[in-house]
Design a binder for this molecule. Structure first.
Ligand SMILES: Nc1ncnc2c1ncn2[C@@H]1O[C@H](COP(=O)(O)OP(=O)(O)OP(=O)(O)O)[C@@H](O)[C@H]1O
Ligand SMILES: CC(C)(CO)[C@@H](O)C(=O)[O-]
Ligand code: BAL
Length: 291
């Protein structure tokens, strides 16, 4: 596996891949890898000749009071995992390489990025859309892989790619979970043992949404209120976003009778925000279990 930290070296390596006629699958990440990331890598490897992973903790998508400085990092461990997973190239630039000057250009998808997580993290999705566009321009992959755990993110990126005619296929991969249902996430490392035990309320709330739907609940407002009360049964959990939305537009829906709906959760446990979601009324998004 080649480890590359500069744009110039990346361009040289890509030119060689292109000369060899190889298709490229791309997995953008912020590192501190887990089985969820490696599942995206597995999909990329299965569907492309060459697999490129990026590790970049993107300052543009962090608010002033967020965890940019303390975001977990372990490049040596990540490199070993990616090498073992058969990745061809790891692109791990410093911030000064990605942003040699302050960005004068921002990509934003406000219709999809200003709500849900965007309400709690203003500007976050403009930072994501901007860095993903730049990474796509640098790597020029045929396919790019994103996790459904970050449902709003992959929905927004799909729309950005469509609107801007970016020449890449965006593939959403089902959420990989721990044995108790908690979605694998780099930020899980912040949880104390008591908080980790409490965090199971998040997947349980999604199961509760599915149960309510199966029991005939068709009113989104009623479901949201019920799910907030359900989360409140866990004293360590603070619900920040509990929303039933249209799975593509992310707009509020008036009834659950008309088709599948997204249940989006953003729950704070201590100081850690956990994100999870499920599309209810659809059989194929229940998520794979971690091995
Ligand atoms: N449990 C998971 N299952 C599938 N994909 C995942 C999972 N966790 C993260 N991903 C995907 O991996 C990619 C990189 O995500 P990232 O590096 O931010 O990891 P993360 O675990 O989501 O981190 P964080 O805890 O900061 O949210 C994203 O497309 C994300 O959706
Ligand atoms: C897509 C991404 C790598 C952009 O920084 C990040 O938002 C993430 O890890 O999900
Ligand atoms: N949504 C994954 C990246 C982040 O939380 O900044």
């Amino acid at each position: 596996m080649q480890i590359i930290t500069t744009v110039a070296a990346l361009r040289d390596a890509l030119a060689a891949l292109r000369r060899a006629g190889k298709s490229v699958g791309f997995v953008p990440t912020m590192g501190y890898l887990h089985i969820g990331h490696l599942t995206l890598v597995g999909r990329a490897r299965a569907e492309n000749d060459a697999t490129i992973v990026s590790i970049f903790v993107n300052p543009l998508q962090f608010g002033a009071n967020e965890d940019l400085a303390k975001y977990p990092r372990d490049l040596a461990r990540d490199s070993a995992l990616l090498e073992a997973a058969g990745v061809d190239l790891l692109f791990a630039p410093e911030a000064a390489e990605m942003y040699p000057r302050p960005m004068a250009t921002i990509v934003d998808v406000p219709a999809l990025g200003s709500q849900l997580e965007g309400e709690v993290r203003p500007g976050h999705f403009a930072g994501v859309a901007t860095v993903v566009t730049k990474l796509f321009n640098l790597v020029q992959p045929q396919r790019a892989y994103f996790g459904e755990k970050d449902y709003q993110q992959v929905t927004l990126i799909k729309r950005m790619v469509e609107d801007l005619a970016q020449p890449v296929a965006v593939i959403a991969v089902p959420t990989v979970r721990e044995a108790d249902g908690l979605a694998c996430s780099s930020r899980n490392v912040y949880l104390s043992p008591a908080e980790r035990a409490a965090a199971v309320i998040v997947p349980k709330t999604l199961a509760e949404a599915e149960r309510l739907h199966a029991a005939g609940c068709t009113d989104p407002a009623e479901m949201e209120a019920h799910l907030r009360r359900f989360i409140a049964t866990e004293p360590l959990a603070v619900p920040e976003v509990v929303a039933v939305r249209h799975p593509e537009t992310l707009e509020p829906v008036t009834s659950l009778r008309v088709g599948p709906a997204l249940v989006a959760l953003f729950v704070r446990i201590g100081t850690t925000r956990l994100l999870d979601n499920r599309v209810i009324g659809r059989a194929d998004t229940l998520g794979a279990q971690a091995a």
